[in-house]
Design a protein around this ligand. Structure first.
Ligand code: TXA
Ligand code: MG
Length: 332
């Protein structure tokens, strides 16, 4: 299959829309990461996503919509709290888990009674959806790899596997949307992102829970590591080389990284250092996947990175970095 690289002209959006309507796959830009889109209501089309990504079939895809009103045909029961969140955060980096309407095929929700709804802050993608269909839209990386934040990243993983990539330039945020489960009375964050728990609590005027498995090293002895978002149990965001996270006071961390780097270089190894200071969580979110992909391209032997303070947005970036590093942390 030849993968077409489309820019954002109206003609390009038309081409992308016809591919979707015919049951094909188009990668699309969002403010978080690039998504891999198929008609969310066409089971055969959604199955192609799983094949292209090599994604386990018990991992549901979220449904990407263009307007708030689109949720009403996809969810039978839109609550006042859901409306508050949509008004406050859409279009933007929030995915809401809601009861799923029967028109959503089981392959899209991986047989769950719920579905994730997302309205991204990308005019290009929202126009594509208006001209075609709601999109089943997981991140457009090969399963397990860091998510793509440029059209080139998508091509690196998906060239020859999908029909087209719609290029909307680099993603503004850089890590995936916050997932909040609104399908029960107690809202719960299943995947942290740039919209924080404090922001949700302020809008809802009530407590929001955090899935207790977040940012905690899975313990194989426990046997039942079951995050509420099925995808979170799989290997994720992983570069090819091993990665170590250095945690502690910033200057000590930088010194320890320097020392470790020398050691590896003396052994003839190629080292990648990814360093952010404590107050650079937003920058880290924006950069992290690109840096990990670069490390893969450069074929480095080891990645040495600074940990971030696990508060607010730092918690969300660390959620990704901990997985990239397989929870390999060095306290200094
Ligand atoms: O920012 C984003 O959300 C990006 C862009 C492309 O929109 N998309 C994205 O999709 O990150 P994906 O498939 O890579 O991650 C979606 C996560 C997975 O961990 C999946 O298990 C979870 O959402 N999920 C989807 N539907 C769910 C449901 N009904 N209940 C619980 N978790 C769900
Ligand atoms: Mg993903």
């Amino acid at each position: 299959m030849k993968t077409r690289l489309l820019k954002g002209t109206s003609g390009d959006i038309d081409i992308a829309a016809s591919i979707i309507k015919e049951g094909g796959l188009v990668a699309f830009p969002t403010e978080t990461v690039y998504g891999l889109g198929a008609d969310a209501l066409n089971a055969e089309a959604v199955e192609k996503i799983y094949i292209a990504k090599g994604r386990p079939n018990d991992n549901p895809t979220i449904v990407t919509i263009a307007e708030q009103q689109d949720i009403y045909e996809l969810c039978p029961h839109v609550t006042e709290d859901m409306k508050k969140l949509m008004d406050a955060f859409w279009p933007g980096p929030m995915t809401m888990i809601v009861p799923a309407a029967d028109i959503i095929p089981p392959v899209t929700t991986a047989n769950l009674p719920t579905a994730g709804m997302r309205m991204p802050d990308s005019d290009l993608t929202r126009e594509l959806i208006r001209r075609s269909r709601p999109l089943a839209g997981p991140s457009a990386n090969l399963s397990g790899k860091p998510s793509p934040t440029t059209a080139q990243h998508v091509m690196d993983d998906m060239d020859g596997r999908i029909d087209a990539v719609l290029d909307g330039g680099p993603c503004r945020v850089g890590i995936e949307s916050t997932i909040i489960d609104m399908s029960s009375d107690e809202p719960m964050i299943l995947r942290p992102g740039m919209i924080t728990r404090a922001q949700f609590e302020e809008v809802l005027g009530k407590r929001v829970l955090l899935d207790k498995t977040l940012n905690v090293k899975p313990d194989p002895a426990q046997g039942d590591f079951k995050p509420k978002a099925p995808g979170q149990k799989y290997k994720h965001y992983a570069p090819n080389a091993p990665m170590i996270l250095f945690q502690g006071e910033h200057e000590k961390v930088m010194a320890a990284i320097e020392e470790e780097k020398k050691k590896h270089e003396q052994a003839g190894e190629k080292v990648c250092v990814i360093a952010f200071s404590e107050n650079q969580s937003e920058l880290a979110a924006h950069e992290i996947y690109a840096r990990l992909r670069e490390a893969d391209k450069e074929d480095v032997d080891i990645i040495l990175a600074t940990a971030l303070p696990e508060q607010g947005e730092g918690f969300s970036v660390m959620n990704r970095m901990l997985k990239s590093a397989g929870f390999n942390i060095k306290e200094v």
